[in-house]
Design a protein around this ligand. Structure first.
Ligand code: XLS
Ligand code: NI
Ligand code: NI
Length: 439
């Protein structure tokens, strides 16, 4: 007897199919631009939203039952979540999962050694239960924002004692990630930021965060972790200001502290919009800096100023995201659904509807992004726009850094006034987008 016996195995049935438990666009074996869809889109289940969160919010109790027949706070419950998670992933053909340490087991309030022993036990259990399946860990992380000890941050805390606990949690979470075959290890700086600068030594805090990351890299590499360390930028929430504001800020930080060889970005769509950027922008900034690592797949609500973590359904957004990812040559990580059902969507069926929606939205985005590339008009317009940096002598000199300021000023004096630059043709390009989307 499983937890989701009433739900059939979810398979690809095509866009005409009306079965709610079928993929309309996600066809794992379909080849797009020379690669199977399932290779373009390594999807992952987020342990926290799917198996732990019950819809509780600031204004009310949970609405969904995530007990899976066991008492919360026990190892039986932790194991029931493993069983439910694996059954869920198998039904959808999802190959990866992501976790925080405390999503896997209940934290002992008095003794970290007890929590660590539980993590050993549950990771053994996960290994045993996933044996013979294709299910693996995409990335792990330590939750360093929930426990009250982290009220002033983890790496950024004012307390060296608390800093030790951050180090201890990272050490253990790294060990478990390696044990479960994780491709990545994430730092989301949940409380690494400030509420007011009046009580904050920003320089000290950032130096300490960098030291913690350096120690994590050294330890991770020493135990055989070959994957990417990832920063997941977010501008605010829970803190008023978070240090990893956006990709550009996080990349600057990594370079400043010499961490850029070991780290990449984990870009979350909803965090991008909170930072006043598009998802596409954050992916572009990461890719052009060689730092595109992984994606937290969700979407925000333009009318709400917080991380609503909705399942993605905006196909324009996923098309533009997949366009960036295809142009970057793919993604080394995967697509983790850091998404949750709305509070009134409180049944097991809704968990499946959420993932089917999200997977299909990315699959359709992939299909459309490949069509944009095959259509070629947008790419050509982009190339043509900058062509005179190759076709003119001044252009080439600027590009290969052989021009001087005097020389260019001399050119300007000779020209007296430049020709008007060509139109950007934005509306035409947007029209082509529509043609590809709906043509
Ligand atoms: C919160 C973050 C978090 C990270 C993992 O906003 O998205 O869920 O992905 O700690
Ligand atoms: Ni996230
Ligand atoms: Ni988030």
């Amino acid at each position: 007897m499983g937890f989701f016996d009433s739900i059939p195995q979810v398979t690809y049935q095509g866009p005409k199919c009306k079965d709610p438990y079928a993929f309309k666009y996600y066809d794992p074996e379909r080849v797009i631009l020379g690669k199977k869809m399932k290779e373009h889109l390594p999807f992952a289940m987020a342990w926290w939203h799917n198996l732990c969160a019950n819809g509780r919010d600031m204004f009310g109790e949970g609405t969904a039952d995530k007990t899976f027949g066991a008492a919360p706070g026990t190892m039986e419950h932790a194991k029931a979540k493993v069983d439910a998670g694996i059954e869920f992933m198998k039904k959808l053909g999802i190959g990866y999962y992501c976790f925080h340490d405390v999503d896997l087991v209940p934290e002992d309030p008095e003794d970290i050694n007890v929590t660590n022993a539980r993590l050993d036990e549950i990771s053994d259990y996960i290994l045993e239960k996933t044996k013979g399946t294709n299910i693996k860990c995409l990335w792990g992380t330590a939750n360093m924002f929930n426990n009250p000890r982290f009220m002033n941050g983890a790496g950024s805390t004012n307390s060296p004692e608390v800093y030790c606990f951050a180090a201890a949690q990272i050490k253990k979470a790294l060990e478990i990630t390696v044990k479960l075959g994780g491709r990545g290890y994430v730092f989301w700086g949940g409380r690494e930021g400030y509420e007011t600068l009046l009580n904050t030594d920003m320089k000290l805090e950032q130096e300490n965060i960098a030291s913690l990351m350096r120690m994590a890299v050294d330890y991770g590499r020493s135990i055989g972790f070959k994957g990417d360390f990832l920063i997941e930028p977010k501008p605010k929430e829970p803190m008023k200001h978070q240090y990893d504001f956006d990709a550009a800020t996080a990349i600057g930080f990594l370079r400043q502290y010499g961490l850029d060889k070991d780290f990449k970005m984990n870009i979350e769509a909803n965090h991008a919009t909170l930072a006043g950027h598009t998802f596409q922008h954050e992916l572009r900034v990461s890719a052009m800096n060689g730092m595109l690592g992984s994606v937290d797949a969700n979407q925000g609500d333009m009318l709400l100023g917080w991380d609503t973590d909705e399942f993605p359904f905006n196909v324009y957004e996923t098309t533009l995201a997949m366009y960036e990812i295809l142009k970057a040559g793919g993604i080394p990580g995967g697509f983790n659904f850091d998404s949750k059902n709305r509070r009134p969507s409180n049944t097991f069926e809704d968990m499946f509807h959420g993932y089917i929606l999200g997977m299909d939205t990315f699959a359709l985005g992939l299909i459309k992004a490949a069509e944009i590339i095959e259509d070629g008009r947008i790419e050509k317009a982009l190339r043509d726009r900058y062509a005179s940096y190759e076709t003119t002598e001044i252009g080439r000199k600027i590009r290969n850094h052989t021009a001087t300021l005097e020389e260019l000023a001399g050119c300007a004096a000779q020209m007296k006034k430049p020709a008007c630059p060509e139109s950007g043709r934005q509306e035409l390009l947007e029209q082509i987008m529509n043609e590809v989307m709906f043509g």
